[in-house]
Design a protein. Structure first.
Length: 127
């Protein structure tokens, strides 16, 4: 789980948005969790993120996504594992936002993407 305070600190005065794609991934995590206590914790985290401004997918997102997918394919890297991350990256490119991530290896070399690296200390086990 990402510590929201750490994200805000890293972002400084910049607004922090959440991708509709990320919300979908987190909703899957809630629905797929067999442990009731963990499911409740995940659902609470999801509700907290849903209060942030949400970026939707647009035709401009789709165009940026195509560029990113082509770059990954040309580099000979797997497309499937990065699919949702590339949609999120495309949203960041579309809006001119930095993408905050721990996934530097997959995203740092993406054309047109400004990556803001979260430190591993921003991750907590308890939330």
């Amino acid at each position: 789980m990402v510590d929201a305070h750490a994200v805000i600190t890293v972002a400084g005065d910049a607004p922090v948005f959440v991708s509709a794609i990320s919300l979908g991934e987190l909703a899957l995590g809630v629905q797929a969790c067999a442990d009731a206590a963990e499911r409740a914790r995940r659902a609470a985290h999801l509700r907290q993120l849903e209060r942030r401004p949400v970026l939707e997918v647009t035709r401009h997102t789709a165009a940026a996504f195509g560029v990113l997918m082509a770059a990954v394919k040309q580099a000979g890297r797997s497309l499937h594992r990065r699919y949702n991350d590339l949609w999120i990256a495309a949203q960041a490119i579309e809006h001119g936002y930095a993408l905050m991530t721990l996934n530097v290896a997959d995203l740092a070399a993406m054309p047109g993407l400004n990556v803001m690296v979260l430190c591993p200390g921003a991750i907590t086990a308890s939330g």
